[in-house]
Design a protein around this ligand. Structure first.
Ligand code: ATP
Length: 199
């Protein structure tokens, strides 16, 4: 699996539709201070489902939408699409190319898509879990992240290794199964109460 393309419209400092093609090997992004280099990394984490405005260096989620300049009006929505080559089926979905897209309107309403089909945030998180590329994956190493990992509590640091080892997916499924089991047990207890009342 390999990141091929990033398309941005209206995200932070990018009011125009832009497309960045990534070749195999290393791609460097250079530019003066404040020109938007970090915003590109933010766009990648955002489309992968980042929910924390603070970690995207904003106050609220709408802050990711282009807020206008002296010469340009603010935009009403923004969208980011990320395309992966999936020949090796690194993503567990039967397509050779996978494009995920996220759009958000100033009203706060948002949408997610996988290969142009509307989906839930949960579907995107599931798709990328244990690939290392999810919103909390270790493949996006922001400024200060290395320090954070080194000084994190052992339990937090363990999460990084669990993601790398591919066990996060099973942990999340186990938690969901335990929740369903608990719910079912509560339902059964209620049914038993009703049966006893009827007897
Ligand atoms: P440095 O090299 O200093 O780290 P950088 O190239 O990484 O800088 P960024 O932090 O990516 O730059 O971009 C900062 C710029 O993005 C600022 O000029 C800021 O005004 C602009 N910006 C951030 N959010 C928005 C927004 N919603 N609308 C318009 N511009 C925005």
């Amino acid at each position: 699996m390999f990141l091929k393309k990033l398309e941005i419209y209206g995200f932070k400092s990018f009011p125009d539709r832009i497309e960045i093609q990534f070749e195999r090997g290393i791609t460097g992004i250079v530019g003066p201070n404040g020109s938007g280099k970090s915003n590109i990394g933010d766009a990648v984490r955002w489309v992968l489902g980042e929910q924390s405005a603070k970690s995207l260096r904003g106050g609220k989620m709408e802050d990711v939408i282009f807020s206008g300049t002296e010469k340009r009006k603010p935009l009403g929505y923004c969208e980011v699409a990320l395309t992966f080559d999936n020949e090796d089926r690194g993503l567990d979905i039967d397509y050779t190319e996978v494009t995920i897209m996220r759009r958000v309107y100033r009203s706060g309403e948002g949408e997610y898509f996988i290969n142009k089909n509307a989906c839930r945030l949960k579907d995107i998180v599931e798709l990328f879990r244990d690939t290392g590329s999810g919103r909390e994956g270790y493949s996006v190493v922001g400024q200060g992240k290395v320090d954070e990992i080194l000084s994190a509590k052992p339990e937090d640091r363990r999460q990084v290794f669990e993601e790398a080892a591919g066990v996060m997916k099973y942990k999340a499924r186990k938690e969901e199964a335990a929740r369903k089991l608990d719910h079912t047990q509560q339902n059964m207890a209620r049914i038993e109460d009703i049966v006893q009342e009827l007897e």
